[in-house]
Design a protein around this ligand. Structure first.
Ligand SMILES: [Zn+2]
Length: 82
């Protein structure tokens, strides 16, 4: 899923804070086969802004990942397609 260029955005229901999850870091920590579905992530996630656990997730395809297959560029993540 990470390799396919999926991007997971966590969105806090309380303070409206949203954040793109670092799936690469998640993979480093949990392994490539780590489950990354909302049901698995939700108990682990907390809003970095208000510390609440009412975090929703949305899944999007990251187009930048498809054009740069196999290229690891941390700055591409930071720019976030903007
Ligand atoms: Zn929040």
């Amino acid at each position: 899923m990470i390799e396919s260029g999926m991007r997971v955005t966590a969105h806090c229901a309380r303070c409206n804070h949203s954040r793109t999850l670092d799936l690469e870091a998640l993979r480093e920590r949990c392994g490539a086969d780590a489950p990354a579905m909302a049901a698995d992530l939700a108990p682990k996630m907390r809003c970095s802004n208000c510390e609440q656990r009412s975090v929703g997730f949305s899944y999007t395809l990251d187009p930048t990942k498809h054009s740069g297959m196999g290229v690891s560029n941390p700055y591409a993540m930071a720019k976030d397609g903007r």
